[in-house]
Design a protein around this ligand. Structure first.
Ligand SMILES: NC(=O)c1ccc[n+]([C@@H]2O[C@H](COP(=O)([O-])OP(=O)(O)OC[C@H]3O[C@@H](n4cnc5c(N)ncnc54)[C@H](O)[C@@H]3O)[C@@H](O)[C@H]2O)c1
Length: 325
């Protein structure tokens, strides 16, 4: 059984990857600074779940502080790989605080890479994003599609992280698997993302803001599918960029209808102006993940939306207060 360092452990995806690894008998050293990128009560809730999991150990530290990694290595010299998920992830917020995105996503990644070099860590998994494909990629999008014209500093900072990771593979032989995730959703998801917002707004009878005309399409990916893919990527692979995406694209209007049906409530919809940082559509070609990792998305959109809505209803007493500005 192995010991892994996982950055962003209190995050939406980090929590599920940590849980799955520990269920398989591994140990996870989870790092997170619990920043205020969104309502921190959601991060604390996830962390409370994780603290009950045998094999999980939490450290509240900042990846932008190089000392974090040296302290972790002193305490845990037997780490086998790092799963680097910590980042500032909101697409819209990136325009308001671009320097924070660059600091966390680019410099933070550089710190992880430097730690790998100095401490002889041989394997990194880096979380990247479908946003890197910009405004109008060919759909479904393969990994070799153009990623040089991102629409936000978020995607630009992820591009920086990807190419720096390549440098460490080239110069120091670091085995690096970069996953480009496509719009992840599920229970305890991010409150700045559409699935959580729609669910809370409909459940609580609040106004549901849809940007544009609601025809934007997303290839949503269930969080457990993402976590299985990340874990499959821990094997030695050299240097690879791999899409992980869902198989049932849906537009925002149809997604809202699905949530309405599951909650048994009608939404009070308001259409608002579209944000220029939003892409029109995303949909992954996952042939590479299928061939290299034997990975397929397993959870249907209907199953995943049901799991999210059921989770929300169960946790409603506090989840209804989570800020969704
Ligand atoms: N959720 C998605 O749809 C999606 C899509 C594409 C890519 N990604 C990427 O996957 C990763 C995980 O995303 P998520 O949705 O779980 O986001 P999240 O914001 O829920 O999780 C990220 C976690 O990292 C932590 N963190 C950020 N900066 C840190 C720092 N400097 N030091 C320590 N901890 C720090 C945050 O507190 C947070 O808990 C991110 O890299 C994100 O860019 C997510």
């Amino acid at each position: 059984m192995a010991k892994y360092l996982l950055t962003g452990a209190a995050g939406f995806i980090g929590r599920r990857v940590s849980e799955m690894l520990c269920e398989q008998g591994h140990q996870v050293i989870g790092v997170d600074n619990l920043n205020d990128s969104y309502d921190v009560r959601m991060k604390i809730w996830r962390l409370d779940q994780l603290r009950r999991v045998s094999g999980f150990h939490f450290i509240q530290r900042d990846i932008c502080d190089v000392q974090t990694f040296y302290d972790i290595s002193d305490a845990h010299p037997d780490i086998e790989a790092v799963i680097h998920l910590a980042a500032r992830a909101g697409v819209r917020q990136a325009g308001e605080i671009p320097e924070v995105y660059l600091q966390n996503n680019a410099n933070g990644t550089l710190n992880v890479l430097e730690w790998c070099r100095k401490y002889g860590n041989k394997k990194i998994i880096l979380a990247s994003t479908s946003s890197i494909y910009g405004a109008n990629p060919p759909l479904p999008t393969t990994e070799d599609a153009d990623s040089s014209r991102p629409l936000q500093i978020y995607a630009a900072s992820k591009k920086a992280a990807e190419v720096m990771t390549y440098v460490y593979h080239h110069l120091y032989g670091l085995d690096a698997t970069i996953f480009r995730f496509f719009t992840v959703y599920g229970p305890a998801g991010r409150p700045d993302m559409v699935m959580f917002r729609f669910t809370q707004w409909v459940a609580e009878g609040r106004k549901v803001a849809i940007t544009g005309d609601g025809s934007q399409m997303r290839g949503f990916t269930y969080v457990d599918d993402i976590a299985r893919g990340v874990i499959a990527g821990l094997r030695p692979l050299g240097y690879e960029i791999i899409n992980l995406g869902g198989h049932e694209p849906i537009n925002m209007n149809d997604l809202l209808s699905m949530i309405e049906v599951r909650l048994g409530k009608k939404a009070n919809v308001e259409y608002i102006e579209r944000h220029p940082a939003d892409v029109n559509a995303n949909l992954a070609n996952v042939d590479k993940a299928r061939h290299m990792l034997g990975w397929e998305p397993q959870v249907s959109l209907e199953q995943g939306v049901s799991a999210l809505v059921d989770w929300y209803v169960k946790e409603r007493t506090w989840a209804s207060d989570i800020l969704t500005p």
